[in-house]
Design a protein around this ligand. Sequence first.
Ligand SMILES: Nc1ncnc2c1ncn2[C@@H]1O[C@H](COP(=O)(O)OP(=O)(O)OP(=O)(O)O)[C@@H](O)[C@H]1O
Length: 256
Amino acid sequence: MITLDARNLTVTAGGRAVLDDVSVTVAQGEMVGLVGPNGAGKSTLVKAILGYHHLRAGQIHCAGRDMMRSAARDRARLIAYVPQAPPEGFPVSVFQTVLMGRTPHMGTRPARRDLAVTEWAIAQLQLDNLAFRSMDALSGGERQRVMLARALAQETPLLVLDEPTSALDIGHQLFALRFLSDLAATGRIGVLVAIHDLSMAARFSTRTVLMQQGRVLAEGAGGAALTPATVRAAYGVDAMVTELNGVPVVLPLAAT
Ligand SMILES: Nc1ncnc2c1ncn2[C@@H]1O[C@H](COP(=O)(O)OP(=O)(O)OP(=O)(O)O)[C@@H](O)[C@H]1O
């Protein structure tokens, strides 16, 4: 089983620690929800894992390899990334964009398998009818689904996603999160997903990590880290934490 193990990460920016001694692990079979208020450090953690930030301290290992010393192509065979904002002004087709996910596996031109995996990923995200549309001619939510398909086409054991459902309607949010959690449940992938919707996080995560001010405030199986006390401490919001029809619900009531 392949595990991503980020230990004691510290990142400084503007003279302060925006990530302060944070550890997180994700194994194949898990879907880890990363939650916390604006500025808590979720994107910084995600980007640090991908090697986009200089680490003041900490180590990142994946499949037993030191990610800080690995070549970009080797990292991209282990970890796929869906950024917070899908790129705009990108005049290439959906098919070509998803095919880019194959880059770490490809030679100078795509092999039959690269094309087959690209078609599969497009079909999984129900994008067939948009496959030859330009990225420039898509809505924000459609572009976000293409970025998910691109990450899927990368066929990595780990997926790291930064608010991948922020532009999606409730139907597509449910579809995307159900799809990711079902794929994780097969043991093929491990998922780390930064997400603002606490109910969705509690519902689909096998484990939730709640961050605040660059640190981990609470962590627990499923949505156990999300209690009225931790939600109040992290967000300054009184919330009801309950279940409706067996579905976890975190309902914000009032700012404290
Ligand atoms: N270059 C920088 N200089 C100073 N501070 C920075 C810099 N980059 C990020 N920060 C700060 O680091 C903190 C963490 O930012 P980050 O984007 O990781 O938060 P986040 O939890 O992803 O927030 P959001 O939910 O709003 O996306 C923020 O307070 C941000 O202002």
